[in-house]
Design a protein around this ligand. Structure first.
Ligand code: FAD
Ligand code: SF4
Length: 470
């Protein structure tokens, strides 16, 4: 038990290391790479927290999780209380414990990081959340207020929509989520592969939210099956959280050849439809022995590591800047390298070449060098003259980014958009239409799970106020 520990004793404990699957074997299957902490490791790590009064870690968390409080409960061996605090503050803690970039958020603010390594907040979040999932019965049902009789429609069942739905249900409002796909979770399910985020984790967290009385209607596309105007007639308020899933094209010759995928299509085929993994899947995928993935973010890492698992002998990241400039998490880059992924840096694709039957055969690239800093302060890549060369490939995956899909907004001209086609909102998520709120990637452009969840939480509070004022 940690209750009697001195600060000096806490400071003497080293940060825990999480066990990972062996790189050679894991690069041939979809098993989760990070294996979690043992109860002893989790308690020991929790004892490293020095319980600061100014709670800098909480300020770094977009959903304001009571971090020192749940860690203290864990350090004291009170898992029930730790789980109660965590699941109250965070609708998807087992997801966040696996995919949030804690190193730039809560852990970046942890005071223990000033002179050493921060408390492994993400690992502890994952540990407590997994305990909560395994002990649902012990935690019991959450008490809910009486129904208010108000009804809210949520568009999209990703992290923003799920968070808002949970918060609104906890206030007693009736919530229906409309989801275009046949399953819940948004990018969590169709984008992030199981070796980072197992589907059973998403299922358990969604089930906890649905137990609050939220209804989900899948296979309903707002903008096609129903319009925003129809939702406004039927519901007292609407929260739009339909993400930003439309791929940005490469705009280079050869993009329409067979064997060229957008990251979105590639990952959805494998993760949501089981292509290349599930023998019963009716959705095909071209596995490819030589796969080039263009981009340097999380999505590119997920695609290239998926390509390795589908049997690629050469799985390559093609990125026009340097490795230090890659937006992917450091851990993703490390894992990809261990799994045999090749990093072809300072290289820009300029054309995709095909064979006589229209299949991808080569990726023509230019070597780049770093020039003067651009407006973001990053040194811009500049082509090296006469450096064009071909890489032999069977599959090319475009992972340079996504933007807002205009499907919904094209049928709702009353919604004000910004110049990139994202829905414009005020700081509380209110759109130009009274009673209609929006958040997550549809407002920010491609961002992170926790920022989408923060938007969902904030918009739910604003919707609750708005409903009360009516
Ligand atoms: P989404 O998750 O996109 O959910 C939107 C939902 O709305 C989807 O289910 C979609 O089908 C549905 N929808 C769309 N249009 C309609 C419509 N017209 N009617 C009804 N439903 C509709 N972030 C991290 O923090 N960590 C990571 O490791 C990470 N990895 C990523 C890996 C990949 C491959 C990708 C693509 C993104 C990753 N991100 C990561 C980003 C993160 O997943 C997103 O920022 C987050 O999911 C956005 O949440 P959202 O709820 O706004 O939208
Ligand atoms: Fe604990 Fe770090 Fe938060 Fe301080 S900043 S309370 S040490 S987790």
């Amino acid at each position: 038990m940690s209750t009697g520990m001195t600060t000096r004793e806490r400071l003497a404990i080293d940060r825990v290391h999480m066990v990972e699957l062996d790189a050679d074997s894991r690069s041939r299957n979809f098993d989760e790479v990070n294996r979690g902490l043992t109860p002893e490791e989790a308690v020991r790590e929790a004892q490293r927290c020095i319980r600061c009064t100014n709670r800098q870690c909480v300020a770094g968390c977009p959903v304001g999780v009571s971090i020192p409080e749940f860690i203290t409960a864990l350090a004291d061996g009170n898992l029930r209380e730790a789980a109660r605090i965590l699941t109250r503050d965070n609708a998807l803690p087992a997801v966040c414990g696996r995919v949030c970039p804690q190193e730039t958020q809560c852990e970046a603010r942890c005071v223990r990081g000033i002179k050493g390594e921060p408390v492994a907040i993400g690992y502890l979040e994952r540990f407590v959340a997994d305990w909560a999932t395994a002990n649902v019965a012990e935690l019991g049902d959450e008490p809910l207020p009486p129904p208010t009789g108000r009804r809210v429609a949520v568009v999209g069942c990703g992290p923003a929509g799920l968070t808002a739905a949970g918060e609104l249900a906890r206030k007693g409002h009736g919530v229906t989520i409309f989801e275009a796909l046949h399953d819940t979770g948004g990018v969590l399910r169709y984008g992030i592969p199981e070796f980072r985020l197992p589907k059973t984790i998403i299922d358990a967290e969604v089930a906890r939210l649905l137990a609050l009385g939220v209804t989900v209607e899948c296979n309903v596309i707002i903008g096609k099956t129903l319009t925003l105007a129809q939702l406004r007639e039927e519901f007292d308020a609407v929260f739009i959280a339909n993400g930003a899933g439309l791929p940005v094209m490469l705009s280079i010759p050869g993009e329409n050849l067979k064997g060229v995928y957008s990251a979105n299509e590639y990952l959805t085929r494998v993760n949501l439809m089981g292509a290349g993994r599930d023998p019963g899947s009716t959705t095909p995928i071209i596995a490819g022995k030589r796969v080039a993935v263009i981009g340097g973010g999380n999505t590119a890492m997920d695609c290239v590591r998926t390509a390795r698992r589908l049997g690629a002998e050469r799985a390559m990241i093609i990125y026009r800047r340097s490795e230090e400039q890659m937006p992917a998490r450091v851990e993703e880059i490390k894992h990809a390298k261990e799994e045999g992924v090749e990093f072809v840096m300072l290289t820009a694709p300029i054309a995709i070449g095909g064979d006589k039957d229209g299949w991808v055969a080569t990726l023509r690239c230019l070597r780049m060098e770093l020039g003067a800093p651009d407006s973001s302060g990053r040194r811009s890549p500049v082509p090296v003259e006469g450096s064009a060369y071909d890489i032999a490939v069977d599959v090319v995956v475009n992972a340079v980014g996504t933007r807002a899909n205009p499907l919904l907004t094209a049928t709702a001209p009353e919604l004000k958009l910004n110049r990139w086609g994202n829905i414009a909102t005020d700081d509380n998520g209110a759109t130009s239409v009274a009673g209609v709120y929006a958040g997550g990637d549809i407002v920010r452009g491609g961002a992170t799970v926790i920022l989408a969840m923060g938007d969902g939480k904030q918009a739910a509070a604003a919707i609750h106020d708005w409903l009360n004022r009516r």
